[in-house]
Ligand binder design. Sequence first.
Ligand SMILES: Nc1ccn([C@@H]2O[C@H](COP(=O)(O)O)[C@@H](O)[C@H]2O)c(=O)n1
Ligand code: CDI
Length: 157
Amino acid sequence: MIRIGHGFDVHRFGGCRPLIIGGVLVPFEKKVVAHSDGDVVIHSIIDALLGASSNRDIGTLFSDTDSRYNNINSRILLRTVWNKISDQGYSIGNIDVTVILQQPTIQKYISQMIYYLSQDLNCVLSAINIKATTTEDLGYIGRSEGIACTAIVLLKK
Ligand SMILES: Nc1ccn([C@@H]2O[C@H](COP(=O)(O)O)[C@@H](O)[C@H]2O)c(=O)n1
Ligand SMILES: C[C@@]1(CO)OP(=O)(O)OP(=O)(O)OC[C@H]1O
């Protein structure tokens, strides 16, 4: 059996969290508003995994009013979710991620992100693809008011 899932996440700039994308600290003058560390790549992947396995969503599992998750490293949330889903008999087919961000350019950090995610999801590097796009200066991303991300996951059982 194969199952597909989709995830989408947005975080505003203007808060106090450093910019962390796919577990990697990306130097940038703007900070992120979030309860956790605000990692849109990991939050999108978590929602895609939960969607593919019919396990609701990230906010249901990890409430943004729960102090246990204040400034938490999202890789911990990802590993928790993956434990649950792999216990249900699933393995990763592939994951495709698009980071939507006007600036900074993140190409040089992507290999490290893929490495971290493959470790957390116990899958081969080639099962994960991460890419980035701007919105050509249009809209809230173009004005650099925040960062967005989409993820699609294929699970196998
Ligand atoms: N934050 C970003 C945005 C884009 N890139 C890379 O630039 C390429 C061109 O982006 P366009 O939005 O102009 O199509 C894109 O394919 C990425 O390789 C990036 O690294 N970081
Ligand atoms: C991760 C959680 C929990 O700390 O908080 P945030 O960092 O605000 O992230 P978001 O993607 O808005 O929603 C999920 C939350 O419940």
